[in-house]
Design a protein around this ligand. Structure first.
Ligand code: GLC
Length: 415
């Protein structure tokens, strides 16, 4: 390894390459999170091992039953593609400590045990087949390794454990070709980057994968923030992670989860929120014990994908962060260069509607889904849309997006 940089040097260097590395990610907007591991067999959340105090020996037995059906990762990738997602992030090893790849550092893995298959490789191949960028989730915390708690107070244990962690990260960064995202999680029990040797670890990662994007959960700020379970804009690159049923990241019974799950409209509202605040949405599914996608996610995600085929311009690509007040409960906006996309949750009843607060001359208004033009009048800051159809022209979900094209980048009275 080349000489270790100081934290300041390292951060200055990664900041310099950030715009280039992040271009695709900033335009991708929407990704699929996949939580899959032994916990799927329990079906009571990926934290079951800890929350239910499973003795390690008893939990380990799950590995014998773990047997993803052939082609399961292709099913995830196919669904992600159909949903209009551009990248995926798979839990290569969650807190339970079971590695889904051929690991020499961690014999507790899916090649030595259970299916005797490299699920990470299958996943990587599926992502490539479906043209999706590839992300690896990797938990720092480990409930299975004997040093994983001792490392907080015993320097020898700390050395052994961080070597173990780094060994696994090295494997993931070298065995599968180009990887796009490294998504660390839960830096416990050592709650600081020094404890985890994150500075050294991430320099190694970047040496092996120069274009990689790293999240902020190894206790270094790195490339993006990760609001979890809520969509809150940050003044840096950010990605909100949400789980489809709002209950668990790992599999829970589909029938019971269904009533708690997001509808296509709610997912599109989440997308609107990330578009508005300049972030990304990483939406999670927890595959069933046999690896199949949870049934309740298929229809809604496919409907979102179909909607995105018609309205993707409002979502993908480089958006201007709005932060202006031109949204109300009945609609939302996203912006790109000289365009404003107005997302209608509630279609106006009488063939007319008005949008206020615009200070820039308007050139045209079109329905985004088919390009048909809309009559309008601009009176001062008020834009009056006329002769609209009486019902939302979006036959699928009822969310019609209007594309307003201005002479230049629009200015608002309430910016
Ligand atoms: C949490 C949980 C975890 C989940 C993750 C997703 O930190 O510990 O189970 O994988 O969030 O962001």
């Amino acid at each position: 390894m080349t000489k270790l940089m100081s934290k300041a040097e390292y951060e200055a260097q990664t900041a310099q390459t950030r715009d280039d590395r992040m271009t695709w990610w900033r335009e991708a907007r929407f990704g699929m999170f996949v939580h899959y591991g032994l916990y799927a067999l329990i079906g009571r959340n990926e934290w079951a091992m800890s929350l239910e105090n499973y003795p390690i020996k008893e939990y380990e037995k799950l590995a014998d039953q773990f047997n993803p059906k052939p082609g399961a990762p292709r099913e995830w990738a196919r669904l992600a593609k159909a949903a209009g997602m551009k990248y995926m992030v798979l839990t290569t090893r969650h807190h339970e400590g079971f590695s889904l790849w051929d690991s020499k550092c961690n014999p507790y893995n899916s090649v030595q045990l259970g299916p005797k298959r490299d699920i990470v490789r299958e996943y990587v191949e599926a992502c490539r087949e479906f043209g999706l960028r590839i992300g690896f989730y990797f938990s720092l915390m480990d409930w299975h390794h004997p040093d994983s708690w001792r490392c907080a107070f015993d320097p020898d244990a700390q050395r052994r454990f961080t070597d173990y962690i780094q060994g696994m990260v090295r494997e993931l960064m070298t065995q599968y070709g180009k990887i796009d995202i490294l998504w660390y999680d839960v830096a416990r029990p050592m709650e600081h980057w020094e404890g985890w040797n994150s500075l050294q670890m991430n320099q190694m990662v970047r040496e092996l994968q120069p274009e990689i994007i790293i999240n902020n959960r190894s206790k270094l700020e790195e490339d993006f923030g990760t609001p979890e379970g809520h969509i809150t804009a940050m003044d840096r690159d950010w990605e909100a992670c949400m789980t489809f049923n709002g209950i668990s990241w790992g599999y829970v019974d589909s029938e019971q989860a269904k009533p708690y799950s997001y509808t296509p409209q709610q997912i599109i509202k989440m997308l609107a929120k990330v578009c508005y605040g300049g972030g990304n949405l990483l939406l999670n599914i927890g595959p069933a014990p046999d690896g199949s996608v949870p049934q309740e996610t298929v229809k809604p995600l496919t409907a979102v994908g179909e909607w995105l085929c018609r309205n993707g311009d409002a979502v993908y690509g480089k958006l201007n962060v709005c932060g202006n007040g031109n949204t109300s409960g009945v609609g939302s906006v996203s912006m790109k260069e000289n365009k404003v996309y107005y997302w209608n949750w509630i279609w106006p009843a009488h063939g007319e509607m008005a949008l206020g607060g615009f200070m820039t001359p308007l050139k045209a208004i079109r329905m985004l889904h088919d390009g048909s033009s809309v009559n309008f009048e601009q009176r001062g800051q008020r834009i009056l849309l006329k002769a609209l159809p009486v019902q939302s022209p979006d036959k699928g979900l009822g969310i019609c997006v209007l594309e307003l094209e201005f002479e230049e980048k629009p200015r608002f009275t309430r910016c």
